[in-house]
Design a protein around this ligand. Structure first.
Ligand SMILES: Cc1cc2nc3c(=O)[nH]c(=O)nc-3n(C[C@H](O)[C@H](O)[C@H](O)COP(=O)(O)OP(=O)(O)OC[C@H]3O[C@@H](n4cnc5c(N)ncnc54)[C@H](O)[C@@H]3O)c2cc1C
Length: 185
């Protein structure tokens, strides 16, 4: 079935994909496009069924990032397709993902700003390969941080802060994290 291939090489669960509105590497195709409805439970314990529109999907965003609702179920609408069509769509995504580094990483650190790529801006700041503690900015793609050697969350956050401040200083662009912090930072 066509549609699910956009989650190729995106590790995680359906709940995480809905919450993050995960997608392939571009800004055009999102997991939310496939959603018909989502069943969720709010902080008062009340279950609700939300339409796609009510989920307020955007680029790596959804209503769930502000409501704190827990996603229980989702109904997806995929498209019947031939084996060849599916293979072609999957190949297209895999080729684009070949630019992503392997290794211990949480994926893209920042969302791409309008009309540009976070990785390009970070690279132009000369930060590829920059290391703090056990964490390093990938030499293959500057929007990825690699845990090279028992990196701590503090190492990773220090690199993130450096990437943000360098891009702000050089390009006056405010990078927005795609990764999410747990706890107080
Ligand atoms: C190597 C690598 C490549 C990646 N490539 C991509 C990519 O191409 N595209 C992309 O979009 N992402 C990518 N990611 C990021 C990640 O895989 C996605 O964001 C994925 O959707 C996260 O799913 P998860 O289940 O792991 O969620 P988690 O990372 O565990 O959680 C993400 C957020 O969702 C919330 N959440 C999870 N489940 C629920 C639920 N049931 N109800 C409410 N909230 C919930 C969590 O609280 C958290 O805030 C990549 C990550 C890695 C490591």
């Amino acid at each position: 079935m066509l549609g699910a291939e956009r989650l190729l090489k995106v590790p995680g669960t359906i709940g995480g994909a809905v919450y993050m509105n995960a997608g392939d590497t571009g800004r055009e195709r999102f997991f939310g496009d496939l959603v018909v409805w989502v069943q969720a439970i709010d902080k008062t314990g009340q279950a609700k069924k939300l339409t796609k529109e009510e989920c307020r999907f955007g680029y790596r965003s959804s209503r769930f990032q502000s409501t704190g609702e827990i996603i229980l179920k989702a109904k997806l609408q995929l498209k019947q397709a031939t084996k060849e069509e599916i293979e072609e769509a999957a190949k297209d995504i895999l080729v684009r993902k070949m630019h992503h580094p392997a290794g211990a990483t949480v994926g893209s650190t920042f969302k791409n700003p309008d009309y540009d790529h976070a990785g390009r801006l970070i690279e132009q700041c000369g930060l590829k390969g920059k290391r703090i503690g056990g964490a390093k900015i990938s030499e293959k793609h500057a929007n990825f941080i690699i845990n090279e050697d028992s990196a701590t969350a503090v190492d990773v956050k220090a690199l993130i802060d450096l990437m943000k401040s360098s891009v702000k200083e050089k390009f006056n662009v405010d990078l927005q994290e795609e990764v999410r912090y747990i706890g107080e930072w």
